[in-house]
Design a protein around this ligand. Structure first.
Ligand code: NDP
Ligand code: PYC
Length: 340
């Protein structure tokens, strides 16, 4: 049984930001990443929370793989299309800088595509889409990662874990958010299972020779994950490669090559967003959020016990009330990083 220590959210953000700044991030970058990483921990998205700090720090020290001081470059390419060159910095920082311009485009056009390239993402996508739904928009986002998933019928990794996240506003409730890797599980969860000495479900992945395995260490050590749902999940992972590696001008997961940068952990890829003002599609019909509530009602009537995103919202409420739970092991890791 793991021991958890509770830490106030703002204190956690400040401590993570200070570690990132001490490892070369510009103050504003450290603040954005610290907030992102603490928010994942707050929401119970542990595969992309405090556990990732070691990866951030070793990546920042991996001979220029990522630029913690990059200033993203915004390119207004069409009325409904905003491109951002992350300048080899972090994707969430590029998003932070592009957010207002993207919102203005949706306001003017009813929808917008935001395409971010040349950047690194190590976070939970729910945090990228939910703020747009807080503004009344539908947001759909894709990001590719590094080759760690076998294509359908294959035996070696060619796709990333490639998550898809979706957020929609609701009436008198927090946004409905789903956020899911297109692999059977996130690679971060495989790494956590390997650390904790757990075995995985059968059919989750293959070892470095392409043989099925339930050993997380075999998957981490040169093996690969399967896509969720067989050919269907693999097709979604393929779509994410197109939406990120091809559409935004980023790398395909297979093209991410960390070999020249020992210690680097961040995928250097692309991220795309489709943002929609839902009322634009409704005209004089009753409000969009009323229809969303009709649907939620049908699902609950049909026996759905919880909606996607509910667990994260509940974890967030608990964290904000009682402090963010961080395992004693991860706290010790943070303290070691703070000592430098
Ligand atoms: P999960 O399989 O845990 O959850 C996927 C979605 O299903 C979530 O929205 C979840 O809601 C929902 N859900 C789970 N159980 C239920 C249920 N019983 N009823 C209704 N809805 C349910 O997520 P993954 O393991 O696939 O992904 C983990 C994280 O890893 C994500 O945040 C993802 O963005 C991140 N990731 C990031 C990558 C990157 O490149 N940056 C790469 C790959 C993954 P809830 O959250 O409320 O449980
Ligand atoms: O958990 O699969 C993952 C992942 C890949 C890149 C960032 N997270």
């Amino acid at each position: 049984m793991q021991e958890f220590i509770r830490i106030p959210f703002d204190t956690l953000v400040a401590r993570l930001s200070a570690i990132l700044e001490a490892n070369g991030c510009a103050p504003w970058v450290a603040q954005v990443i610290g907030l992102n990483c603490a928010s994942a921990q707050r929401d119970g998205a542990h595969s992309h929370g405090v556990f990732r700090m070691k990866g951030y720090v070793s990546t920042l020290n991996a001979g220029g793989w990522v630029d913690g001081r990059a200033e993203p470059l915004l390119e207004d390419v069409a009325p409904g299309f905003l491109r951002v060159d992350g300048m080899n910095g972090f994707t969430v920082c590029a998003l932070a800088r592009a957010r207002e311009a993207a919102l203005a485009k949706v306001k003017a056009n009813g929808c917008a595509v935001l395409a971010i390239r040349n950047s690194h993402h190590l976070g939970a996508l729910s945090l990228d889409v939910e703020p747009f739904a807080d503004e009344g928009l539908i947001a759909l986002s894709f990001i590719n990662s590094m080759a760690s998933v076998v294509p359908h019928g294959g035996r070696k990794a060619a796709l990333g874990t490639n998550p898809i996240a979706f957020a929609t506003p609701r009436r008198d409730a927090r946004p409905l958010v789903f956020d899911m890797a297109t692999s059977v599980m996130a690679h971060g969860d495989v790494q956590l299972a390997a650390r904790e000495g757990r075995t995985l479900d059968k059919g989750v992945g293959v070892d470095r020779d392409g043989n099925p395995t339930d050993d997380p260490r075999a998957i981490v050590d040169g093996g690969a994950l399967m896509a969720f749902g067989g050919h269907k999940g693999a097709a979604l992972a393929l779509m994410v490669e197109v939406m990120c590696g091809a559409l935004v001008g980023g790398k395909f997961s297979r093209e991410v090559d960390l070999k020249q940068h020992p210690g680097a952990h961040t995928p250097h890829t692309g991220q795309s967003f489709i943002l929609i003002d839902p009322q634009a599609g409704r005209g004089t019909l009753p409000p969009f959020v009323d229809r969303v509530e009709d649907l939620m009602g049908y699902l609950i009537d049909a026996g759905q016990t919880r909606l996607p995103g509910d667990r994260r919202h509940e974890a967030r409420d608990d964290s904000m009330k009682n402090g963010v739970p961080v395992s004693a092991e991860l706290m010790a890791m943070l303290e070691e990083m703070e000592r430098g």
